[in-house]
Ligand binder design. Sequence first.
Ligand SMILES: Cc1ncc(COP(=O)(O)O)c(C=O)c1O
Length: 400
Amino acid sequence: MPFLSDTLARVKPSATIAVTNMAAELKAAGKDVIGLGAGEPDFDTPQNIKDAAKAAIDGGKTKYTAVDGIPELKKAICAKFERENGLSYQPNQVTVGTGGKQILYNALMATLNPGDEVIIPAPYWVSYPDMVLLANGTPVPVAAGIESNFKLTPEALEAAITPKTKWFIFNSPSNPTGAGYTRDELKALTDVLMRHPHVWIMSDDMYEHLVFDDFEFTTPAQIEPGLYDRTLTCNGVSKAYAMTGWRIGYAAGPVALIKAMATIQSQSTSNPSSISQYAALEALNGPQDFLGPFREAFQRRRNLVVEMLNAAPGITCPKPEGAFYVYPDISGCIGKTSAAGTLIENDEIFAKALLQETGVAVVFGAAFGLSPNFRVSYATSDAALTEACTRIQTFCQGLK
Ligand SMILES: Cc1ncc(COP(=O)(O)O)c(C=O)c1O
């Protein structure tokens, strides 16, 4: 009898975490490494949020809570959806989990049966397909390439839907491309979904607040109220409030689904950290004015990175609408040989050679389901980004 489960054989560890670890090891060994792999803001959690957590500890809010969130936080989440998205939910339509990741995982675990298909635009966040596989479903990646600015077209969505499709996972602005769908682009997709009433929509709005220029964020249930009864609108405090380590994510949707998700959570992790829930309460209810400077810093860095990467021979880097990632195409580098003699056969070899020869850590595109590309997370200082992009330029200039 094998010790490890068959389920485990279907999934792989997160490539982004692997790159972060590899960069950390090289750094510990004394190498001059610039990590552009980790998907988290370099800002500190705002002081009022930290103070709320300290007050929760001092006030004895250190016991088990309701499995899927304290009532105050659920109320604050309802208010957030109303205020920012024009969506009306009651607290029994809201669930709180240990990060956005657990929310998505709970929803898939609660709904997928063997053979159920989940449409995932590619490139995708690394965890979507593996979470679907863990839940015994079938991921259906659908290409959304550079020719459509990394956005899924309505035609491609329509063609991917089958009688077995259970979910469509939508993520705007996107990890790994930063692409954000305009109102019209999203409406074109929701029009398709209206024609297929058996398909549910999982909208992962994690990067809602990180949008640039005059881009307007929208979410499917807001654009098409006809989808409200089969949409799970997911969000969290990790990215916008620089709270990745606090582990709070949340979602709102139909009561039966929310209840089923709570059942999964009650038999796995129970409630998310009580202290983090009080911190998230302050994040949602407290002043939002730090979001402006966060956004400005990310926009400045996006502009810097896009400009410098486009100046590297063989690289084409579209300018995304949001998040803190860019996803340059490296078709022009494939088949060439690096200064140190590595034949760049694919984006994984490119990323490895870049790390070994220049100390710049990026995540290769194959991990996100669309090649040849790599992902840069520009959530680091302007100085580090300038240095990293200069090294990438030198690396590409050395390709023969
Ligand atoms: C698109 C997307 N969704 C969800 C998450 C999960 O966020 P959390 O850290 O809250 O689990 C991430 C984190 O990288 C993400 O990029």
